[in-house]
Design a protein. Structure first.
Length: 106
């Protein structure tokens, strides 16, 4: 699947904005939150999604809301999917009174 230029996987945010500044590596994160290091590496690489279980674990460890991680994942998924079906989406005629601001502004 093609990744749009602006799409940022939550694993990138996790690594660059939370872990690196705190000096925490993937192995330590895995140990602290009770997940396999391979899962954490896949999240960093953008090949694994952050699910509710992982969001809860990250939130507890990092002092954030679990909704942050789920929102970031949902936003990423919407951007990726919108890009992959853009032609099909543009072919859909909005119902009377529906906004024509879609797609792209999610």
């Amino acid at each position: 699947m093609h990744k749009p230029a602006g799409a940022i996987h939550p694993g990138e945010i996790l690594l660059e904005q939370f872990l690196e500044p705190a000096g925490i590596d993937g192995q330590r994160l895995a140990d602290e939150i009770g997940l396999p290091a391979e899962d954490i590496a896949e999240i960093f690489a953008g090949t694994r999604s952050i699910c509710a279980d992982t969001a809860l674990r990250l939130a507890r460890f990092l002092g954030t809301a679990p909704e942050l991680w789920l929102h970031l994942q949902n936003q990423y998924d919407l951007e990726i999917t919108a890009a992959s079906i853009e032609t099909e989406l543009m072919a859909i005629e909005p119902a009377n009174g529906a906004s024509e601001n879609y797609p792209g502004t999610i």
